[in-house]
Ligand binder design. Structure first.
Ligand SMILES: Nc1nc2c(ncn2[C@@H]2O[C@H](COP(=O)(O)OP(=O)(O)O)[C@@H](O)[C@H]2O)c(=O)[nH]1
Ligand SMILES: [Mg+2]
Length: 440
């Protein structure tokens, strides 16, 4: 024993004899104990008494494990009970006394309840901190007497323990032999002292190992308690979240099957899905809040995450579609621009060609005019020349006529001369004839 002060608490179903055992250990009616439910301890109470030179504090409370911890309220009640139990003895416990009533069956359900207690108090609280108190030792003694067995109660109890199979045998193994038998109806001080000593021995066994169930141990399993609480809400929450996610899924499908022909279509689709995403995010936050970091709702969280991922993928897909559309639009715009530029160039080329043509026409016209002027000039020159020629011809004609006239005049003169001569000749011949005629 490391200290004279001993703190223990009593854990077990109602009617297992917790309060009676507390009274037996303390040696007075510290706790209300009785057969009917009216005497059921409803509050956690601590009583301290000095017994055999030791200050013993026993904390009694309502039964933990009367019902299976399948419902939230049961777990909440058990947690509240245990929290009160821990507060009642801030220094922690030298042992947690697990109560079992001799003559009753330790069933599978008891094992389940013990499993749940491990969840609430820590997985190894039985191995490290528990002592099994088997009450109704008087009944075992009666059975012995009835069967006429001569051995001691303690050896008979050991035999009984050794005979156990199933869930109780498992518990006995786990608790490493820290089992004490209590007869709470015993009046004999020697019996009361002996069983109290047995309890002290078991306590010393734990005390020597320096093991105490402290607030720290209790806090260490806070998350586990929280998880147990959350787990009771899991199925309901799972159904609720499934409904929500199904609705969201249907909305997503509806949104995704809408037209995606324009950029606006796709943008509004993205906006719609973002709104859905916000709702999933709210669901996710709610689930996370419910889970409170216990991991109890992991399957639901996974379900929500999967939905989130689907939405993210949808948005991703739509974003790339949007990019593609924007690219396409830009390309078309560029193509239009290029076409416009080409047209502009063509127009410019046409305009240049037209200017060139006009210039050529102008030049041709000028040339034509020049040529016309030239030809007129030449014509004028030719006319001039013709005139001159005519003049010359006229002059020459005149000259010729003059010459002709002169020639004619000369010829006439010559003719006249000749005629004169001839006349003269004739005259002479005539004269001669006359003469000859005269002279003949
Ligand atoms: N015969 C017999 N009855 C007991 C023993 N311990 C408790 N009881 C009775 O069992 C009933 C329930 O006991 P109680 O201490 O109120 O149990 P609790 O609900 O676990 O606190 C009472 O009627 C007690 O008298 C015992 O060792 N032997
Ligand atoms: Mg009680």
């Amino acid at each position: 024993m490391t200290s004279n002060a001993i703190n223990v608490c009593l854990l077990g179903k109602t009617g297992t004899g917790k309060s009676a055992t507390g009274n037996s250990v303390l040696g007075w009616n510290a706790f209300e104990s009785g057969p009917s439910t009216t005497s059921m301890t409803s509050e956690v109470t601590a009583q301290t008494t000095e017994v055999g030179g030791r200050k013993i504090t026993i904390v009694d409370g309502p039964g933990v494990g009367d019902t299976r911890f399948t419902h939230e309220e049961n777990i909440q009640a058990a947690i509240k009970n245990l929290e009160q139990t821990m507060s009642a003895c801030p220094g922690g416990y030298d042992a947690l006394l697990l109560m079992f009533r001799y003559g009753t069956r330790y069933t599978e359900e008891d094992r389940t309840v013990l499993g749940a207690l491990k969840t609430l108090l820590g997985a190894d609280f039985v191995r490290k901190h528990a002592i099994l108190v088997v009450t109704c030792g008087d009944i075992l003694a009666q059975e012995m007497a009835a069967e006429g067995k001569g051995s001691t109660l303690s050896s008979q109890f050991s035999t009984w323990l050794a005979e156990q199979t199933g869930p109780l045998a498992e518990l006995l193994k786990e608790i490493e032999g820290r089992v004490v038998l209590f007869n709470n109806i015993a009046k004999d001080d020697s019996v009361l002292n002996a069983q109290r000593d047995d309890l002290f021995k078991a306590l010393d066994c734990l005390g020597n190992r320096g093991l105490r169930y402290t607030q720290g141990d209790f806090l260490a399993s806070a998350m586990s308690r929280q998880r147990a609480l959350v787990e009771t809400r899991r199925d309901k929450l799972n159904a609720e979240i499934k409904v929500k996610l199904n609705t969201i899924s249907a909305e997503l499908t509806k949104t995704m099957t809408k037209s995606q022909s324009s950029i606006n279509d796709v943008s509004s689709q993205i906006a719609s899905i973002k709104k859905i995403q916000d709702r999933v995010e709210t669901v996710r936050k709610d689930v996370d809040k419910e889970d409170a970091g216990t991991g109890a709702l992991k399957t639901i969280q996974d379900m929500v995450s999967a939905q989130k991922k689907t939405l993210e993928n949808s948005i991703q897909g739509l974003k790339s579609l949007l990019e593609q559309k924007k690219r396409h639009e830009k390309e078309q715009e560029e193509m239009k621009k290029a076409q416009a530029e080409m047209l502009r160039k063509q127009e410019e080329m046409k305009r240049q060609a037209e200017l060139k043509r006009q210039e050529e026409v102008r030049k041709a016209e000028e040339l034509r005019r020049q040529q016309e002027a030239e030809s007129k000039r030449r014509e004028a020159e030719a006319q001039q020349r013709e005139l001159e020629l005519k003049k010359k011809l006229a002059e020459e004609e005149e000259k010729r006529k003059k010459l002709e006239a002169e020639a004619a005049a000369r010829r006439a003169a010559e003719a006249a001369a000749a005629a004169q001569e001839a006349h003269l000749q004739m005259i002479r011949m005539h004269q001669q004839a006359i003469m000859r005629s005269m002279f003949r």
